[in-house]
Design a protein around this ligand. Structure first.
Ligand code: ZN
Length: 322
């Protein structure tokens, strides 16, 4: 139930768990370190973790902000206009829609025109050219404007660039682009000048409902459908959350790690889920024995049927899916 008490921040839609991050974690566990793609997976994981950290920080400061005007906040909104576009956070107010674009990048960010791009100088001194977040903001404003227009909704769209930490140094930001740090969000919202209302609360809620209804839900593809990650090279074995090694052994009804000695009742669940995310194919008893490194058919039948999985077929033909 959404809290509509005046002064409290109102979150209409919260942020979902990132499937992308889970897939990268599966790859870090299952791809051998010698594999050509391993280094890129490490880099992607770093970027994904930083991005998620930046969003969590924004959400934290929003939740702590007293907001004196009517508003509805929606986190992580992916919509389809001429093409699919993703908005980090969207705040509906009676006079406009604000898009918050959240960036957590290390080092110095220099914004350039002609061509429009951003030069990022990382902490280690390397310089790379990136798509400018300001260009991305302009595209998102345009795409959301079109999305609203197709539904005969006329409410202006404005954007705020949010940098997660003050160690991020932004240079040459166009004066027309509002930029804040996450920790400045409460004061930014407090000082926002309230403009004459175009929308009533009823209309604001109906827009929030339309945004949720229009969300693009991705049907994730199996990780190994990407030829960069062939299933044949993926490492088998039960993963130990204690020391991040594979190869926990079954002893007296538990999984025990020969590396660090940690024992676990349900370590097989993560490993089965890893495998289902990798292949997208139903898990059979035989395949499961191979992946878990055990040869006890009856044990594996019990582990699979106790796991929270969808079962098709019976007895020897049983297969299990997420
Ligand atoms: Zn261990």
């Amino acid at each position: 139930m959404v809290n509509l008490k005046r002064g409290m921040p109102v979150i209409w839609k919260s942020r979902d768990v990132s499937r992308n991050k889970e897939e990268l974690e599966v790859l870090l566990r299952r791809l051998p370190k010698w594999h050509a793609a391993y280094g890129q997976v490490e880099k992607d994981t770093y970027t994904e973790t930083a991005g998620q950290g930046g969003e969590e920080r924004f959400d934290h400061y929003f939740a702590a902000s007293p907001v004196a005007f009517s508003h509805l906040m929606l986190h992580n909104v992916t919509l389809r206009s001429f093409r699919i576009f993703q908005l980090d956070s969207v705040m509906i107010t009676p006079w406009c829609v604000y898009i918050f674009e959240i960036k957590n990048m290390n080092g110095r960010m220099e914004f350039r025109d002609g061509p429009v791009q951003m030069l990022q100088t990382r902490d280690d001194g390397t310089v790379i050219g990136r798509k400018s977040p300001i260009e991305q903001i302009a595209e998102n404003e345009w795409l959301l404007g079109e999305w609203l227009g197709m539904r005969q909704i006329s409410l202006p769209v404005r954007s705020v660039l949010v940098l997660s930490y003050t160690k991020q140094i932004a240079e040459n930001v166009p004066a027309s682009q509002p930029v804040i740090f996450s920790h400045q969000l409460p004061r930014f919202l407090n000082q926002l000048s309230v403009e004459p209302a175009i929308f009533s609360m009823v209309e604001m809620k109906s827009l929030a409902q339309a945004l949720v209804k229009g969300l693009v839900i991705f049907q994730p593809r199996p990780i190994c459908s990407n030829p960069r990650y062939p299933i044949d090279v993926m490492l088998r074995g039960v993963w130990c959350a204690g020391c991040n090694r594979l190869g926990m052994e079954r002893r007296y009804g538990s999984w025990v790690c020969p590396g660090c000695g940690v024992s676990s009742k349900d370590a097989h669940l993560r490993t089965i889920r890893d495998w289902l995310l990798l292949t997208g194919e139903p898990m059979t008893n035989k395949k499961c024995r191979e992946v878990l490194g055990v040869d006890d058919r009856r044990l594996v039948t019990r582990l699979l049927s106790d796991a929270d999985l969808k079962r098709t077929g019976t007895h020897k033909g049983a297969k299990y899916l997420l």
